[in-house]
Write a new protein. Structure first.
Length: 174
């Protein structure tokens, strides 16, 4: 990956990519079934980051190729009597807008950096078609800088949902 990014930088070009985020030990019960769905809040927060173009949770778009019988996350007993597990985690740790106790698995897609060192067609202030070539320091890939932003956004959303749950259900004292 590093060599690919360096080569694109030498060429004056850029690339995008996907950041995978995994959150472990999330308690079940965070989120709501309608207006404050946990995955909706995560998607909104992560899609608000610069250069984002896609969000997936669990099986994401590939899950659309499965039948319901293949995709459903059936609940099963776990070694810990007080917890349930799911068979596959296709839901990415969230079912019906509410965390189910499994790992939350997300993918966030970032587009290639638009400001590049290659000439590109554009239109100037007078409406005339011209060529433009960016000057200065520009990242050939935003992914390295985006990882801590993804981590921070996910942490903020989960902290918000923990506080909401505490106010409504007091999950933290059980």
């Amino acid at each position: 990956m590093i060599e690919r990014i360096k080569e694109l930088k030498r060429q004056g070009d850029s690339c995008g990519g996907v950041i995978e985020c995994l959150v472990r030990n999330v308690p079940s019960g965070l989120g709501m079934p309608v207006f404050d769905k946990l995955e909706a809040d995560l998607a909104k927060a992560l899609m608000s980051l610069p250069a984002t173009k896609g969000f997936e949770i669990g099986s994401g778009f590939s899950g659309t190729y499965l039948k319901g019988s293949e995709h459903n996350d059936a609940f099963i007993k776990s070694d810990d009597i007080s917890k349930l597990r799911t068979t596959s985690n296709n839901s990415g740790g969230i079912q019906g807008g509410i965390s189910n106790g499994e790992n939350i698995e997300m993918k966030i897609a970032f587009k290639p950096t638009a400001t590049i060192g290659k000439e590109q067609k554009t239109v100037n202030a007078e409406g005339k078609e011209v060529l433009m070539k960016a000057k200065g320091r520009h990242d050939p890939c935003v992914l390295p800088r985006a990882v801590p932003m993804v981590d921070a956004m996910v942490a903020l959303v989960l902290a918000d949902h923990l506080l909401l749950n505490h106010a409504q259900c007091d999950l933290t004292n059980k």
